[in-house]
Design a protein around this ligand. Sequence first.
Ligand SMILES: Nc1nc2c(ncn2[C@@H]2O[C@H](COP(=O)(O)OP(=O)(O)O)[C@@H](O)[C@H]2O)c(=O)[nH]1
Ligand SMILES: [Mg+2]
Length: 211
Amino acid sequence: MSASSYNVNPLAKYKLVFLGDQSVGKTSIITRFMYDTFDSTYQATIGIDFLSKTMYLEDRTVRLQLWDTAGQERFRSLIPSYIRDSSVAVVVYDITNRNSFQNTAKWIDDVRTERGTDVVIMLVGNKTDLSDRRQVSVEEGEGRAKEHDIMFIETSAKAGFNIKALFRKVASALPGMENTQLVKGNDNMVVELEEANKPAPADNTSTGCRC
Ligand SMILES: Nc1nc2c(ncn2[C@@H]2O[C@H](COP(=O)(O)OP(=O)(O)O)[C@@H](O)[C@H]2O)c(=O)[nH]1
Ligand SMILES: [Mg+2]
């Protein structure tokens, strides 16, 4: 298909919500994907941020809206409404932190409660660069994914390992994407940077998540 055909169909938009315990690397994965950078100093995500990025596929373009959630207790009550709105949930744990892996069961349950089976769930074991501190094996990650019938990948936001693969896998599983092949080659995949650090919608600001 020619590039001009991108404009024929309305741009399909998909919301992805990132879930998982604090410090597992949700913000770092998004930052690596968006800007191809990594920051080793920890900055807690305040409330909920979203960024969006356009992916050019072989026969169409999709807009991914990435919702980054924060682990602080006072924001927890907001998360279900973001899950409800999302067609994809990316559930992240830290392979050096068994507790964060155990808690993925709860995050997956939360997604099922809100969305049933009408959702793509990707389980992500992050921080593979810290292999000497690994507490959760690849097999355990795969096992949990199988048990819940969801997708699985290990990543390192620090090393940039499997970050593009994660988003490619998610994009190819999006509803309505069955017959769509992604453009081959890492460098072609993501071309356009859309928006950064947009404020959350007005109906969420009243709950204080932008403080
Ligand atoms: N070694 C290593 N550190 C990481 C990786 N991803 C994130 N971090 C670090 O882990 C800490 C928490 O990351 P962050 O993305 O803020 O986690 P979040 O709370 O889930 O958003 C930060 O100090 C990051 O630099 C990774 O792949 N490898
Ligand atoms: Mg964060």
